[in-house]
Design a protein around this ligand. Sequence first.
Ligand SMILES: Cc1cc2nc3c(=O)[nH]c(=O)nc-3n(C[C@H](O)[C@H](O)[C@H](O)COP(=O)(O)OP(=O)(O)OC[C@H]3O[C@@H](n4cnc5c(N)ncnc54)[C@H](O)[C@@H]3O)c2cc1C
Length: 299
Amino acid sequence: MQFNVGLYSEKINILTDEPLSKHSFLRCGGKAELLAFPKSTEELVLIVKEAKRTHTPITVLGGTTNTLISDKGIEGLVISTKNLKGITVMENLVVAAAGETLDNVIDKAIEHNLEGLEKLGGIPGTVGGAIFGNAGANGISAGDFCFYIDYIDRDGEIQRMMHCSDIFSYRKSPFSKDDIIFNVAFRLTPSLNIKDTKLEKERYQKERIEKGQFRYPSLGCFFKNPDNISAGKLLDELGAKEMSVNGASVSPFNANVLIKKQNAKSQDFYDLSKKLQSLVKEKKGIDLEYEVTLLGDFQ
Ligand SMILES: Cc1cc2nc3c(=O)[nH]c(=O)nc-3n(C[C@H](O)[C@H](O)[C@H](O)COP(=O)(O)OP(=O)(O)OC[C@H]3O[C@@H](n4cnc5c(N)ncnc54)[C@H](O)[C@@H]3O)c2cc1C
């Protein structure tokens, strides 16, 4: 593939035919035709422009904690945001680059006496991924706090979406898979008792560990809750915790979480997810919708 980022070609880290299993949270997935790690907005724009010029399809990865990557790999250019770093605080605005972890943002806010996001403490992954999927926990979601979001649109143009907290919904943002988020400004509130705010964040983080969420590699909840019914409870009642496909199993802690035991492949997770969907459809007449993103070809 002809991919020419001119003067920057020496500086931008772009790998060819790179196994994504080396980079993904689940340690699964085939090769990326091209895998780029831009370190700044300038590098990101340059790479995207070149991809547009050469009609190369683009796929964006954050921390891959909610993404199942096909064993057949991904065609075109894969952009990892993990080197897009930086958090600045201006009064009650915390502005974070897409590749920062959500936990870092919460900690930085607390350092500056700001509160709001602590109930999301311990959700793995990046700011970009949290905004794209409107990650949430304990009654709040990442999108609730957005003041503005900077992104590159499908035409390669930089855009700013302002005052956007109202247009998020349950695990859904206004962004499409053609948009690349690179900066997010969270509007937070001065804390009246920063020690309590810090303790609260740590408690939510600890609860996740105690619940066994990190005992096995997983992608968190695999399915969205249908109409306020807990997908985990529904699956548990139907005996899903006994189910597995090769090394992919339903978690003993939460039937909506699929965990990796032994050397499971992405296809095993996909096959297990299809079995779970069929079970719920057959027994309850409900269609379970994916919360995780499936990237590449599955069948
Ligand atoms: C143990 C565990 C617990 C979890 N608990 C929760 C929870 O309580 N609540 C919850 O909501 N989720 C939870 N998750 C799921 C996941 O951590 C979150 O959804 C997280 O916000 C995903 O971020 P990421 O960077 O890993 O996104 P990725 O998995 O990398 O990407 C997710 C989607 O966002 C897109 N994307 C990523 N970055 C960008 C960007 N910069 N611009 C545009 N699109 C982008 C990707 O293309 C993909 O479609 C959990 C996961 C695990 C493993």
